[in-house]
Write a protein that binds this ligand. Sequence first.
Ligand code: UD1
Ligand code: CA
Length: 452
Amino acid sequence: MNVVILAAGQGKRMHSNLPKVLHPIAGKALAQHVIDTARELSPDKVVVVYGHGGDAVRESLSATDIAWARQEPQLGTGHAVMQALPELSLEGQTLVLYGDVPLTRAATLKRLLQAGRDGLAILTVELADPTGYGRIVRDAAGNVLRIVEEKDAKPEEKAIREVNTGIMAIPSARLEDWLGRLSNQNAQGEYYLTDIVALAVAAGLPVRTAQPEGEWEVLGVNSKVQLAELERIHQRHLADSLLTQGVRLSDPARIDVRGELVCGRDVAIDVGCVFEGRVELAEAVDIGPYCVLKNVTIAAGARLAAFCHLEDAVVGPDAVIGPYARLRPGTELGPEVHIGNFVEVKNSKIAAQSKANHLAYVGDAVIGQRVNVGAGTITCNYDGANKHKTIIEDDVFIGSDTQLVAPVTVGRGATLGAGTTLTKDAPPEALTVSRARQTTITGWQRPRKAKK
Ligand code: UD1
Ligand code: CA
């Protein structure tokens, strides 16, 4: 079986420099959705017909097992499939898909292929408003005769509500002959792929139709309005599948999954959260409103309060994060760690039960267990040229407004007095403080305004 994905069209109405088929739905290019669905059918060959956007399209799609056919200029859908012909196997079926129709389910395509096993099959839908689409013309007995394009249709044909979605299963052995016989003598001066339907009928082959489960499966993207509509439809389906698995979503209309979200039992997700890349939430994880998580693993029972931003981070069991916490790449938090508001952690390991609850920067650090990082603490990890490590051993207490000028180590059980600027290692079990001594001047007078 061959799959041909038509993706040469320009997409003028997107008003964008990005080729249409590279615009994302759920963080993935439209054409990549189509390629991924095609792969589910285990085809022998996938050929993408590209043109507009040229190499950008080729480079952006993950396509190790894909063949490319350039169509330049674009003379119609029939002409497009013709460009793919040299790449196709001449046995079995050729499934034609559109690179800008991203949500078709593999199950629907399987049914279409089944319907076309001894002939040609067209995926069709009945639309309340069929304007713009090719119409399916049938005889009195209901047999498909041909497809007529809107611009070529007579008034009585325009009244037909069953339309061509563009998705077809064609017997590969006939393709070369049929495509060779297409003409561009029509209203648009194009080589219409749809004209092969009449050729199949003339050859006495059965032409059957199949229908998708929902109209959304065959909706295409021609504008940003349609892109946004399909995004919401797709997100709603993803949300429904999370709900079905038992995830509690405060509002299934207010979640965005742009990758893979894997949830354990009793996970709860509040409104406005965005999940990118691969995110794993273990049992009973609770995500507060308006959090953004990208490539994150969160262990059982951990809680994120509102407005947290996490990327390439691992959060331990029963940790408490946020509100307003930022975990940057390379953060690994142990069990029951607390990271509070306006705390930024980067490339650091923080072990069990340690806390940084207010206004801190922890970068390139290794922090032991039961450490208290006081408010306003900063690891000065960057000297303007190189990054250096800060090591804080178990049971350390760091007073507020402390700067740790790396590389530096704070020994086990040490205490750093508030306001310390630590430039040398602090020994274990002792108080280290660097601070001008406090003095009091008694009888001192505040300056007063001079009298005129
Ligand atoms: C096509 C169908 C029409 C159907 C409609 C469904 C034909 C002649 N008409 O019409 O029956 O109802 O789709 O949306 O097939 N493309 C190329 N190269 C080209 C022309 C198009 O790759 O030279 C690609 C486009 O990028 C797009 C797809 O083919 O992905 C359909 O092209 P489009 O111009 O949207 O076709 P319609 O005229 O809308
Ligand atoms: Ca179209």
